[in-house]
Structure formats: C-alpha cells, structure tokens
Design a protein around this ligand. Structure first.
Ligand code: SAH
Length: 228
C-alpha cells in the first residue's frame, strides 16, 4: 500500500512513522508512506500557500493552486487514488472507514492549516472529508497520523502474532471487555475470580456482559448504530 501525505509540516511525521508497528510494516514492504510538502508546488518566488479570506474575517485560507498542482503531479505519476481531506467539518472517523481504506492499493491524505483550505479543494479534489472528532486541531497532521496508524495495523502481516486486530472494540458495535494480567492481587484489587476459573463458557459470558456494561456506561450511542 502507498499512502501519500500532503502537508506543510512533514517533520511532524518522523517520530510516529519511524516507530513500532508502522515502521516495522514499512520495513516489511507492506506500506510506503510518502510525505509531500505542497509548498514546493507554489509557483511564486516566496512559495505562498495562504491568503486572506474573501468576505473578510480573521485568519488565512490555504490557496487552491499549490494543492491542485501537488495532487495533479501525484495522479500523473502514480495513477488515480482517493484523496481524503482531514477536517473538523468532515464525517467522524470510525473503524468502518479505516477497514475500507485498509483494502486500497493507495490513497492520499491532505492536511489543512490556518482556517483550512479553499472550498474548491474540497468540492473538486477531495473524495472524502474526515474528522478526528468534535474538536479543533491546529492542523490536519495529528488526524492524518491517526488514520495512518489505524489503517496500517489492519494490513495483513502488520501486527505480530502477539498482537491481534480481531475481536477488538468497534469490530461489532460494542467496546471491548476489560483485560487483566499478573499479579493476581495489586494494591488491594483482585483479578475477577471467573478469569482464573479455566471455565471458558463462563469467561465468555463474563466478557460479553462486561462489554455491554462498558458500552452502556461510556458509549450508549454505539448501541443504536447498525452492526458493523
Ligand atoms: N476554521 C476551521 C478549522 C481549521 S483548523 C473550522 O472552524 O472548521 C485547521 C486545519 O486543521 C483544518 O484544515 C484541518 O485540516 C485540521 N483539523 C482541525 N480539526 C480537525 C479535526 N477535528 N479532524 C481533522 N482535521 C482537523
């Protein structure tokens, strides 16, 4: 899989993509993450990427030309790919989207800055507009990293045997049950007796009940969602 990232701050990606699962998946040849600073596609002497908004108001808007030029360059070089614009106005990211993208050969992520991009970028260039959640970031980079992390771990072979992408939160419409490891007693808190029983039927029942409880407590909205 190839993931192209369009960003004004490529250096923000170095730590996360060179660590742990993403870095191992890259070394195994499962994913190639390419960072492109679209400032390089601005044609004027100062490589201007932003300008003041029509209609007035505070802040700056990312100009359409450098972004169009960067995407056009990549599509001419690599063929078609979907472009995802990270934006607080987008549909909220969920595991279903991540699963869909994990099956693609390639896609691109566009990170906004300032007040965001000129609307014509959204209307004629972006295939999807996706939000990390109901809050405002100063740039799309942390959201792009979240997408990359969530997608890469679903590529077959990206997780080791000791890690598993099956049976996790959001694989159904429930959150995952709680986990415990050694020691059996820690600061006066005991591991639930049933997990020590070796009775797999009872353990399964306890886990199902706990999943429902935590979902009811923290994320009632998931129970109304269609089964994933
Ligand atoms: N003026 C915009 C916010 C711009 S924030 C508004 O009020 O809707 C600047 C950039 O940060 C955006 O272009 C987007 O790429 C990114 N960003 C901010 N919040 C985000 C979120 N919740 N999810 C994904 N990207 C976000």
């Amino acid at each position: 899989m190839r993931i192209d990232v369009l960003t004004l701050f490529p250096e923000m990606f170095a730590g996360p993509i060179n660590s742990s699962i993403i870095s191992r998946a890259s070394r195994k040849g499962l994913v190639e993450i390419r960072l492109h600073n679209f400032r390089a596609f601005a044609k004027d002497r100062h490589h201007t990427v932003d300008d003041t908004p029509y209609g007035g108001g505070a802040g700056m808007v990312l100009k359409p030309e450098p972004i169009f030029a960067a995407v056009q360059y990549l599509r001419e070089k690599n063929g078609p790919f979907p472009l995802i614009y990270l934006s607080p106005k987008g549909k909220v990211l969920d595991q279903r989207m991540v699963e869909r993208w994990s099956k693609l050969d390639s896609f691109a992520l566009l990170c906004g800055r300032y007040e965001g991009v000129d609307q014509r970028v959204v209307d004629s260039l972006a295939d999807e507009e996706v939000s990390l959640g109901d809050f405002v970031l100063s740039g799309g980079e942390p959201a792009a990293l979240a997408v990359i992390d969530a997608v890469v771990r679903l590529i077959p072979g990206a997780l080791g045997d000791e890690e598993s992408a099956l049976d996790e939160s959001f694989t159904g419409n429930l959150l995952e049950y709680p986990h415990y490891t050694k020691p059996r007693s820690f600061m006066g808190r005991e591991v639930p007796e049933v997990l020590l029983s070796g009775n797999h039927g009872e353990i399964k029942k306890w886990r199902e009940k706990s999943s429902i409880e935590i979902t009811m407590k923290n994320r009632k909205d998931l129970l109304d969602k269609k089964e994933m």
